[in-house]
Design a protein around this ligand. Structure first.
Ligand code: SAM
Ligand code: SF4
Length: 326
C-alpha cells in the first residue's frame, strides 16, 4: 500500500524481543533497562497473525530484529512460519552475531534470506568497551559462518563514534575486500543512548576510505530496497555502503514500518507516534477491523524525521533502540 505521501510501504522491521545478550553503549544504559513484561510481548501466533494481515496490505519483506532476535526462544519456528505466509517474499535477520554460528544452518533452512551483522570494531578491547561484554570472537565468527552457510545476502553494519572506533573505517571496510559481503557505515542517531555520543559523518568515512583504497569504481544504485548508497573499491569482492541518516535525509524514499515486541506499530523510527495492536488483537477484534486499523496506522506515517531540526514541543522518540529494533 502507499502512505499519505505516496510512498510504497512494503518492508516491515519486526522486533521479536527487547532482551539482549549485549549492552551496547549507544543502545542501552549501563544501569540496564526495564524489560517489557513477558505477558506484554506478542506470542508468535499473534505476530504471525499481524504479519499475515500486513502482507495483505503489501508488506513483502520482513526483518527480524530486537533486542537480539536470536535470544528469543522459538525464533526458528517463527522464521519458518513467516516464510510460509503467502505474499512474504523474503525474511531477513539483524543480529549482533554472538549466537549466530551454531544456528546458521537451521536459520537458512527456516527460510532466512539475508543476515545483517552489527559489528562496530575488529578490536576485542574496543568491542568490550562498546558492548560491555567480551564476546568479540563469537560475533566475528558469525560472519564467516554466514558466508559458509550460503546466505544470499550478508551485510555488516558499523556505527562509528568519535573517539571510540572512528579510526576503524578502513579495517571494517576491508571485510568487503576479502569476502563477498556488504559493509555499511550507519551514522549514529540521537535516539536513546545514542544522544551521548558523537556520530562520524559519512563524508569523513568516505574520505578515509578513498585514502586507503583509492577512488571507488562508481556509485551504484541501491543494491537492496533500503536507504544505503553503495560504492565499490578496486579489488573488492563486495561493496561498501553508507546510510547517512543524519547528513542526508532519505525519508522521501522510506518504505518501512516497525512493529515492536509488544505489538506497537511505529510508522517512523524517530517519531513516538504509533498504534497499539496487541489490545485489539487480544480483545477479539476481527480481521477486517484489524486490517483497517493497520491501514490507518500506515497512512499516518510522517513525511520525515526531525533529528536535526526538532521544533519546540515536537514529539521525539524516548524509547531506547533495543525496544525499537533499529
Ligand atoms: N541486536 C541486534 C543487533 O545489534 O544487530 C538487532 C537490534 S539493534 C537495536 C539494530 C541496530 O540498531 C544495530 O545495528 C545497532 O548498531 C543499531 N543502533 C542501535 N542504536 C543506534 C543509534 N543510536 N544510532 C544508530 N544505530 C543504532
Ligand atoms: Fe543489543 Fe543490538 Fe542494542 Fe547492541 S545494538 S545492545 S546488540 S540490541
Amino acid at each position: 500500500m502507499t502512505d499519505s505521501y505516496n510512498r510504497t510501504i512494503d518492508y516491515l522491521r519486526l522486533s521479536v524481543t527487547d532482551r539482549c545478550n549485549l549492552r551496547c553503549i549507544y543502545c542501552m544504559p549501563s544501569e540496564g533497562v526495564q524489560w517489557v513484561p513477558h505477558g506484554d510481548i506478542l506470542r508468535f501466533e499473534e505476530t504471525v497473525h499481524l504479519v499475515r494481515l500486513l502482507s495483505g496490505l503489501g508488506i513483502r519483506r520482513v526483518r527480524l530484529t530486537g533486542g537480539e532476535p536470536l535470544v528469543r526462544e522459538g525464533i526458528l519456528d517463527l522464521a519458518a512460519a513467516l516464510h510460509a505466509l503467502p505474499g512474504i517474499d523474503e525474511i531477513h535477520l539483524t543480529t549482533n552475531g554472538v549466537l549466530f554460528a551454531p544456528m546458521a544452518d537451521p536459520l537458512r533452512q527456516a527460510g532466512i534470506h539475508g543476515v545483517n551483522f552489527s559489528l562496530d570494531t575488529l578490536q576485542p578491547d574496543i568491542f568490550r568497551r562498546i558492548t560491555r561484554t567480551d564476546q568479540f570472537a563469537a560475533a566475528r565468527a558469525g560472519i564467516d559462518k554466514a558466508l559458509e552457510a550460503g546466505f544470499p545476502s550478508v551485510k555488516v553494519n558499523c556505527v562509528l563514534m568519535r573517539g571510540i572506533n572512528d579510526g576503524e573505517a578502513a579495517a571494517l571496510a576491508a571485510l568487503a575486500k576479502d569476502a563477498p559481503l556488504e559493509v555499511r557505515f550507519i551514522e549514529m542517531m540521537p535516539i536513546g543512548c545514542g544522544k551521548g555520543y558523537t556520530p562520524v559523518p559519512t563524508e569523513e568515512v568516505y574520505t578515509a576510505l578513498v585514502k586507503s583504497f583509492g577512488k571507488p569504481n562508481a556509485f551504484t544504485t541501491p543494491l537492496g530496497s533500503g536507504p544505503a548508497v553503495y560504492v565499490s573499491f578496486p579489488a573488492f569482492q563486495g561493496h561498501v555502503g553508507f546510510i547517512s541518516a543524519m547528513t542526508h535525509v532519505f525519508c522521501a524514499r522510506c518504505n518501512r514500518v516497525r512493529l515492536t515486541a509488544e505489538g506497537y506499530l511505529k510508522p517512523c523510527l524517530h517519531n513516538p507516534a504509533g498504534t497499539d495492536l496487541r489490545t485489539p488483537l487480544r480483545t477479539g477484534m476481527d480481521d477486517a477491523a484489524l486490517t483497517a486499523l493497520l491501514r490507518r496506522a500506515i497512512e499516518q506515517k510522517p513525511a520525515r524525521h526531525h533529528f536535526t531540526s526538532c521544533q519546540a514541543g515536537e514529539a521525539m522518540e524516548t524509547r531506547t533502540m533495543n525496544a525499537i529494533g533499529g
